[in-house]
Design a protein around this ligand. Structure first.
Ligand SMILES: Nc1nc2c(ncn2[C@@H]2O[C@H](COP(=O)(O)OP(=O)(O)OP(=O)(O)O)[C@@H](O)[C@H]2O)c(=O)[nH]1
Ligand SMILES: [Mg+2]
Length: 358
């Protein structure tokens, strides 16, 4: 349910607080006391389902994979006035930026804005009272007891705005849409003519099957020389990659190309720089594409020498044969993690400065 055009991630989630334990009906049985009083303990409370915002998640993917969350039930009461143990609460992590709505009526329940923020989405049920509470002067041997209350149960809709971590840039036909279609579930249009992609498309790249490690990739239209002056589709769509952490710069290695790889690289860098100094300064991974159809080895050699000199990370891939895709995915993930850590460290320093009143 990833609406790439709207850049909104959604998940339908079921939550249920733990049921309360039942109260107990029992009587004291002690040596030398023939008829003991009522001694049935109370049931324990059911646990709550609590959502906690975490900046370590940036999509709802893990919740789509695992949509049902039930907290622990309270234990039943026992004889000798023993109260049942309370059920443990269940903490479910959601990304910062998640907004929670009731599925049925669309009413907003909570908007998570900062890391560590908690909100109870389904309360556990109260435990039932044991028969110890029902004795009165005229009713000394009560057998009444209460059952525990059921925990609250809701179907929720979670929604969050996605921000891309990795942006794909390059000439039209460089293979950007093909790459995102190989690394994520996104299905953009792919064709052998320029400007196939006219609107940005987002894809979620998952590093493990549970979706605990994911990053978002943005495929955008191709750039050409003069794009910053409005040529081709212009550059306004670059705003979609302005807030990414890493750029993958795709360069077609095959010889049908009018530009040699190094020339292509420099033209695109110029356009990025004209758009924004910050954009061109972002960490970049150079990706040589269509390795399967590159006959002229000198194109690769030139690019390799160029990147080595500038200490630019370089990967060679083919979306057709799959060559290099695993390595590229791992490198992109490592760069995202590094950038996230840097950002967190910078935020940490800001916090310290604020606390010190700097
Ligand atoms: N042989 C070969 N062809 C590829 C490879 N990757 C992409 N292509 C082809 O290159 C053409 C362009 O691919 P796209 O993925 O649409 O390129 P793009 O960069 O998204 O292009 P725009 O959306 O126009 O900017 C298509 O015909 C693809 O099939 C590859 O690894 N090997
Ligand atoms: Mg495309």
């Amino acid at each position: 349910m990833l609406h790439s055009s709207k850049f909104i991630d959604e998940a339908k989630v079921y939550v249920k607080g733990g049921d309360g334990g039942n109260g107990c009906s029992a009587f004291r049985r002690e040596k030398f006391i023939p008829r003991g009083g009522p001694s049935g303990g109370d049931g324990g409370r059911g646990g709550d389902v609590i959502f906690e915002a975490s900046r370590h998640y940036n999509t709802l993917f893990h919740l789509r994979m695992n949509p049902e969350h039930t907290a622990d039930r309270g234990r039943h009461g026992e004889g000798s006035n023993r109260t049942g143990r309370n059920g443990e609460s269940l903490v479910v992590r959601v990304p910062v930026g998640t907004v929670v709505y009731h599925w049925d009526n669309g009413e907003q329940i909570h908007d998570f804005t900062h890391d560590g923020e908690r909100f109870v989405v389904a309360r556990g049920g109260r435990g039932g009272r044991g028969n110890q509470h029902f004795a009165t002067p005229t009713h000394q041997a009560p057998t009444e007891k209460e059952d525990g209350q059921p925990g609250q149960m809701f179907t929720l809709r979670l929604e969050m705005k996605l921000l891309a971590d990795v942006g794909l840039v390059g000439f039209p036909n460089a293979g950007k849409s093909t790459l995102i279609s190989r690394l994520s579930a996104a299905k953009p249009e792919i064709a052998a003519y320029p400007f196939t992609t006219k609107e940005p498309v987002l894809g979620v790249v998952t590093m493990d099957e549970y979706g605990n490690e994911t990053f978002i990739m943005a495929d955008i239209p191709g750039l050409i020389e003069g794009a910053s002056e409005g040529h081709g589709l212009g550059t306004t769509f670059l705003r979609h990659v302005e807030r990414t952490r890493v750029l993958l710069h795709l360069i077609d290695l095959s010889e049908f190309n009018e530009h040699r790889p190094v020339e292509a690289y420099e033209i695109i860098q110029n356009e990025l720089a004209s758009y924004s100094g910050e954009l061109v300064e972002k960490p970049q991974i150079v990706v040589a594409t269509k390795a399967d159809s590159a006959q002229d080895g000198t194109r690769w050699e030139e690019l390799e020498a160029f990147c080595r000199e500038r200490e630019l990370p370089l990967y060679k891939i083919s979306a057709i044969t799959g060559e290099g895709l695993t390595e590229l995915k791992a490198a992109a993930w490592a760069a995202v993690v590094e950038a996230r850590e840097k950002m967190e460290a910078a935020e940490g320093e800001e916090d310290v400065e604020q606390r010190l009143g700097l």
